[in-house]
Write a protein that binds this ligand. Structure first.
Ligand code: AMP
Ligand code: MG
Length: 323
């Protein structure tokens, strides 16, 4: 084992980073593609902080980083094809979209309320060490403010998100420098959602068939999902949703916000009694599921401020109400 002072110092830094992650903090870390903004993927509140830090106007689903196939199979329905692809390309720049297992521990916010999850095992020694040390799945989008260029050095992260993160692990320049290739394995046929660090032809050589592709998605590489609300894999409530409710009927469910919830609903869930938007985002999808019951006529939603994380919360509720 390398016991040089430099490696001992790095081991101590990784231990601290793991500790931050275990306590719900945000840690930026290098992968072979770009720097990721990481949080414990099983912690709703920590995941909500990612969206706040990036100021994402929408809850795009996030990629979950795992150490290996075993960790992946504990989260998602692991198929013959996913096993074959992972055996060839993991660790590496290939993200697989798979179905969540029924008892999946990953925060619903990571999946934008849907039934699928994006998994990848990064090929970078620091990312691997961090995953090994935390023994957690780590949700991490690229560590840049929404709409800005993905960071390939720690200095880029510092410039864009320095005041938002608890810690930045500096692993030098990312060797690949473009995002991972995103492959959806939940349809009948594997579909390329985002071209990236692994070439289509390399994947096709292993699958033995041509990949279908979402051409619209490929022209918008930062956001391959045209609209998460349009995908069947994303959560859409069965009951009608009514926004900005000033009153509530006795046969309605109420999604409340703030210290003074409306009275008289059949069932009520409060996104945040204290009016905290991070807490509200963390609770959003689980509470929508909880209220979306056959015995209620609809879901009334109290007004939610449109600033900060409120913008993404309102975006998701607007989609739900216009279905
Ligand atoms: P980034 O957030 O920059 O790391 O990009 C991650 C990409 O993976 C985004 O474009 C997401 O839309 C996509 N992605 C993550 N999870 C899923 C999922 N469950 N289904 C489809 N695409 C996903
Ligand atoms: Mg990005």
């Amino acid at each position: 084992m390398d016991a040089s002072p430099a490696s001992t110092a790095m081991a101590e830094t990784i231990r601290q980073a793991a500790e931050r992650l275990r306590h719900g903090g945000l840690v930026a870390f290098p992968t072979e593609t770009v720097y990721g903004l990481g949080a414990d993927a099983t912690d709703d509140r920590a995941v909500a902080k990612i969206f706040k830090a990036k100021a994402r106007p929408r809850f795009n689903p996030l990629i979950v980083h795992v150490l290996n196939q075993k960790a992946a199979a504990a989260i998602a329905e692991w198929t013959d094809l996913s096993e074959k692809l992972a055996a060839h390309f993991w660790p590496g720049p290939l993200t697989l979209i798979l179905r969540r297992t029924p008892d999946c521990r990953i925060s619903p916010l990571v999946s934008a309320g849907g039934t699928t999850v994006a998994l990848r095992s990064p090929a970078h020694p620091l990312a691997g060490a961090l995953l090994g040390m935390t023994d957690l799945p780590i949700a991490a989008p690229s560590a840049n403010p929404a709409g800005k260029i993905s960071p390939t050095t720690a200095a880029h992260v510092q410039a864009g998100l320095g005041d938002q993160v608890d810690m930045i692990l500096d692993g030098g320049r990312c060797p690949v420098g473009v995002e991972s290739t995103v492959l959806d394995l939940t349809a009948d046929h594997p579909m390329l959602l985002r071209p990236g660090g692994l070439a289509r032809a390399d994947i096709e050589a292993v699958t033995g068939c041509k990949l279908s592709s979402d051409h619209q998605a490929e022209t918008d590489t930062d956001n391959p999902i045209r609209s998460p609300g349009q995908l069947t894999s994303h959560y859409a409530p069965n009951r009608p949703v009514r926004l900005n409710a000033q009153d509530v009927a006795s046969d309605e469910a109420l999604l409340a916000f703030g210290p003074t919830p409306l009275q008289g609903a059949k069932i009520t869930a409060n996104l945040s009694k204290s009016g905290d938007l991070i807490e509200a985002a963390a609770n959003l999808f689980a509470m929508m599921h909880q209220l979306d019951r056959p015995h209620v006529s609809g879901i009334a939603v109290m007004p939610i401020p449109a600033h900060g994380l409120g913008e993404a919360i309102c975006d998701r509720l607007n989609r739900a109400s216009s279905l």
